[in-house]
Design a protein around this ligand. Sequence first.
Ligand code: FAD
Length: 505
Amino acid sequence: MNNITNKVVIVGGGPVGLTLSLILARYNVSSLILEKRKEATPLDESRAITWMPRGLELLNWLGIYEKFHEKGVFRTFHQFRNQHRELLVLPFTTLQTPYSYSLQLPQHETETILEKAALETGLVEIRRGHEVIDIGQTEESVMVKVQYEDESYKIYAPFGVGCDGSKTMVREKLEIEKNWRDFGLNSGVADFELNCDLPKDVSNIILDPERPYGFFYFAPQRWRLIYRINKGEDREKASSFEFVRGLLNEKLPNVKIKRILWVSAFRLGEGQSNKYHKGRWVLAGDSAHAMGPSAGAGMMVGVLGAWRLGWRLALSVNKQHNLTRLLQDYSREQKVGADEIQDNNAIIFRNMAISNPILATGRSIILKFLGYIPLFKKKTIEKDALLNQILPVFGAVDQYVSKSASNLKSYGKWILGKRMPYISNEEGSHPLEQNTTKHMFISIGKYHPKREQKYFKSLCQDSEYPICKEFLHIGADSKYRKDGRDFVFALVRPDQHIVSILKLS
Ligand SMILES: Cc1cc2nc3c(=O)[nH]c(=O)nc-3n(C[C@H](O)[C@H](O)[C@H](O)COP(=O)(O)OP(=O)(O)OC[C@H]3O[C@@H](n4cnc5c(N)ncnc54)[C@H](O)[C@@H]3O)c2cc1C
């Protein structure tokens, strides 16, 4: 059978594909997910388990945060130790967000909640057991060839997104090259069941040069162990249930392990595609940038990328803007966002590799010292929470250029390319919690309602992008307004990133 559809075709119904379908639905754009698995990722094979604060802000915007809150467990700090003592504690409490914690949930549950929410929108169709085996495109449409049981069929759609994970077929067919950064090490991940009184709201990271490891709680009775597979150890043996049981008995001698659920060994490395789009095809999630598992964050970077992509695709579907320029901006910005996390992960991987006791002692001294610097701790946890990413928006197609206003790089708490500060209005909701592809102006400088209104009108005349009819007028005493001499407006994208800061004279 041959089909022509006006839906966006998403290849892969993992966390990123499902989240993208929900984001598109918020903009009233329908999508079709083709997923080769008959069911969600199995419960006992949980991979991504952590939702960082910025990801929780996204869930809130999607209106499904409560569903995650009901099922998840919470972590409020990271603790780094060596074999002897505590070195550094990083609490989430200093974060400027309603979510001063990370939420843990097995990937199976994440996919189940996302899938149910996507189907409830009435705008998402999910075909499970349908494997995409080939793709193509013309100037007007994309083609996907799908295998379902013994039959194959083709679909033609306006756009296609490859959310098909790190072994992506979409990227290969598009002939987009991937770079692989290898850290020369293997690591193991094991999930297990445990009855114990160990603290559950902390991630324990033990920087033992003989074998660094970490363990933490991620679901009722469920814990995860991450450990280095040492040089010379057989990878298969070092990721057997027997090996993990021995390791757990050694590291946690006073607790009773009930059951080991899943163990896997991974090469420590990271993949990065040269670009994230070609014609009408886009890559998102692990297919664009595969993160190393031991440091997590792959799902977070992927879903935040889907947020950056969603409004751009919606504008393209509605033929409101030049597709190529929009996708170029998505590619450029998301690549910088993913690179930042990959560089961060590289630090973690290099630390995992340290086996020299002298180097390890030096590291302990440095970490202990850093623990006395509150600003270091605040900045590090903000980075971990993915709240302070600064994207390269300069020259983006939606950046505002006008003769009557000058562009600033920052103004008080407002920084170009960063997510807008998390302001809540009187009802407790975020001003950008709306389902619109429109950008929004926010007055952040001098307080003078009449003149602000006048300046806002003049800004709207020059704008090429769809803009919300009203600007956001934050209170005179708000800490988010810097009430100096100048009238200043921030232009914020539907994904809450600041694309322009304009000073009017
Ligand atoms: C052990 C481990 C622990 C991790 N922990 C974390 C963590 O705590 N936090 C975090 O943020 N990230 C973590 N990650 C990374 C995270 O799992 C991935 O980044 C995330 O799953 C990527 O989501 P995705 O939707 O892009 O890809 P995937 O989850 O890989 O989903 C891709 C989907 O596409 C489907 N598919 C593939 N090919 C086709 C095809 N041809 N046709 C149809 N369907 C297809 C697959 O069946 C799959 O369902 C971890 C990874 C591992 C391995």
